[in-house]
Design a protein around this ligand. Structure first.
Ligand SMILES: C[S@@+](CC[C@H](N)C(=O)[O-])C[C@H]1O[C@@H](n2cnc3c(N)ncnc32)[C@H](O)[C@@H]1O
Length: 281
């Protein structure tokens, strides 16, 4: 009897661990656990995902490049950029001439992102920081994306609100919504198509379109109301703000310094280490 109870308890614990660590990828255990799991697996990420470059171009790179054709100096923000999937789909598109900022909380994912985007390094900025409080001024990006990541955030609504805050009027929001069997095991982090449409409409977005994409994800497009005219070239520093005090940032002697004197290091691989100055991470 005792051994049967022991086996039962072990099976329950194994099932819980599988759910929390493999399916939910630490999502209910806090953002540090999520980042730690991605740091551990960063060297395997691309091999596990096996993104097909033709498929990526067809569904991500080309539609975004077409949408940005009239914006030669477009700024694109990729929240939870991982190993720079979006940049690798968008930069090869001849119609795209803008810049991409990729932000992620897993430092080792960004190390790989830096290697993969080296040939476009003059048009890329990678930032180590948390998505729940984006270190940017309002209304500054023509596109804000977040692919295969919203469900791992402690508060997806807060991240969505932040993404909309930094999106320019007339700009495009591009996100994924997890679907399929595993989505049912992530309550509060995944949504039906109707729920995600209602969330984005509630954030005053327009033209919300939920499109089937992969087995596990729908792709969701939406537009922020208003109109944006093409801008002259902007330094990416011009859209940054300090994660501690929210003041503006300038580049000084290989680091970034905010108006209140917080120094944000830039690592040897070029990653802006905003997470180092944040006390809440
Ligand atoms: C499945 S990967 C997706 C990466 C990339 N967008 C892609 O489609 O390949 C999820 C990413 O979300 C990042 N992430 C999770 N929670 C985060 C947070 N709170 N802030 C920033 N990034 C986060 C992880 O570090 C990881 O790189």
């Amino acid at each position: 009897m005792g051994w049967a109870l022991g086996i039962g308890a072990a099976l329950v614990i194994a099932a819980l661990l599988y759910w929390q660590l493999i399916i939910a990828e630490g999502a209910y255990l806090g953002r540090r656990v999520v980042a730690l799991l991605y740091d551990w697996s960063a060297h395997l990420y691309d091999r596990i995902k096996q993104y097909d470059s033709g498929y990526e171009a067809q569904f991500l790179g080309r539609p975004l490049a077409n949408a940005l054709f009239a914006f030669p100096n477009a700024l694109v923000l990729d929240v939870a950029t991982g190993t720079a999937r979006l940049a690798c789909a968008l930069f090869p598109e001849v119609g795209f001439r803008g810049r991409i900022i990729g932000l992620d909380l897993a430092r080792k994912m960004l190390k790989h992102a830096a290697e993969k985007t080296r040939r476009w390094s003059d048009r890329t900025m990678l930032i180590w920081d948390d998505a729940s409080q984006l270190p940017f001024l309002p209304d500054c990006f023509e596109v804000v994306a977040c692919l295969e990541a919203l469900e791992f955030m402690p508060d997806p609504d807060q991240v969505l609100a932040e993404m909309v805050r930094v999106l320019r009027p007339g700009g495009i929001l591009l996100i994924t919504n997890r679907i399929g069997n595993d989505a049912r095991l992530m309550p509060g982090r995944t949504f039906s198509a109707a729920e995600i449409e209602a969330k984005l409409s509630g954030l005053a977005l327009e033209m919300v379109q939920v499109r089937p994409w992969q087995v596990e994800y729908d792709l969701v497009w939406a537009t922020k109301p208003g109109f944006c005219t093409p801008d002259p070239p902007r330094d990416v520093e011009a859209v940054l703000r300090c994660s501690v005090c929210e003041s503006g940032i300038t580049r000084r002697d290989g680091t970034l310094v905010c108006g209140q004197g917080h120094t944000i290091p830039i690592a040897a691989d070029g990653v802006v280490e905003m997470a180092r100055v944040r006390k809440d991470l």
